[in-house]
Design a protein around this ligand. Structure first.
Ligand SMILES: [Zn+2]
Ligand SMILES: [Zn+2]
Length: 316
């Protein structure tokens, strides 16, 4: 059985600290703070530090997550690792929904306050504590538009509680809520992996890479556009004519970089695979992005042609 907990959060857009009041939010904007307000703030050590406040003293009951033999301990006290933490919140439009999750998280029994200056809450003169930790690449915050997977409020679910241990309460309703949430998260993971794979080449060069929250719809659209571009334009470099299959045989089969003619930032642009995307080899791609604004396809072709025609480029 997967180790999983559900945690209630206040409704925020980014969870990187205090943000302007949204239609759904009261707390922490009015209260001034909440433990979960930094849940998706990227720390320099490559982790997210999340908080869930459990009544009355903030302690999470680890024995309700997994067998007590799985409880480990470090400088911050007892914890269980490799837990899936599902964050839910009340959407202004859809009721209670999943807003994001941590995979492979460390869940500590007691809240930790290590006086990290990036978690300082000025209005309260305190450091927000945390009890959930995961690597940034294992955390995902859904864009506001994507927060539509409903989590019922009634019996056999998180209800009005701040934390819910779905594996502990052996209850059929609970299992259904849990399993449908897990299925949903699996789908989000699949789309995200697909998108990241296909976007890899361009993200390396993209100034805004990894910043902002990309909606599932955008991820799907971009992943499909790239597949479509390969189908339309083929696998030969449109700058120098290099053909991976010709050079490397099976090892190079269907290998090509899809380059966006317009510099992408957060992938929020609508992409037309016929006009916006072209196939290039890795070398030409590196040259295209060598300067900002980047070289056009025509400019790099000219460089190559000039060198060929003038005997400057000698191939043995
Ligand atoms: Zn090339
Ligand atoms: Zn490119």
């Amino acid at each position: 059985m997967n180790k999983v907990i559900f945690c209630r959060s206040t409704w925020m857009d980014k969870y990187e600290g205090i943000e302007p009041l949204t239609t759904g939010g009261r707390h922490p904007q009015t209260a001034g703070w909440a433990n979960e307000m930094f849940n998706f703030k990227k720390e320099v050590d490559g982790c997210y530090y999340g908080g869930v406040w459990v009544m009355p003293r903030g302690h999470i009951d680890l024995k309700k997550i997994a067998d007590k033999r799985e409880i480990k301990s470090d400088i911050n006290g007892e914890y269980i690792d490799e837990v899936l933490v599902v964050f839910v919140s009340s959407s202004p439009l859809h009721g209670q929904v999943i807003i994001g999750y941590y995979k492979n998280a460390k869940v500590y029994a007691k809240p930790i306050d290590n006086a990290n200056p990036t978690r300082f809450v000025e209005s309260k003169n305190l450091f927000a504590s945390y009890n959930l930790v995961c690597k940034i690449e294992d955390g995902l915050l859904l864009s506001v538009d994507d927060r539509t997977h409903k989590i019922p409020k009634g019996r056999g679910s998180i209800g009005q509680k701040h934390i819910w241990y779905p594996n502990f309460y052996d209850n059929n309703d609970g299992a259904a809520v849990r399993d449908s949430a897990l299925e949903y998260i699996e789908r989000v993971e699949r789309v995200t992996d697909d998108y990241n794979d296909l976007m890899q080449a361009e993200r390396v060069f993209s100034e805004g890479a990894g910043r902002g929250i990309v909606s599932i719809q955008t991820k799907e659209r971009n992943a499909n556009a790239i597949k479509e571009a390969k189908r339309i334009h083929g696998y030969k470099c449109c700058v120098c004519g290099f053909d991976f299959f010709n050079m490397y045989g099976d090892a190079g089969n269907q290998k090509i970089v899809i380059h966006h003619l317009i510099q992408i930032a957060d992938g929020e642009r609508v992409t037309d695979p016929t006009t916006d995307l072209v196939p290039v080899c890795d070398n030409c791609h590196a040259i295209i992005h060598k300067k900002r604004p980047m070289y056009t396809i025509e400019e790099v072709r000219k460089i190559i042609n000039f060198r060929w025609e003038n005997g400057l480029c000698i191939r043995k």
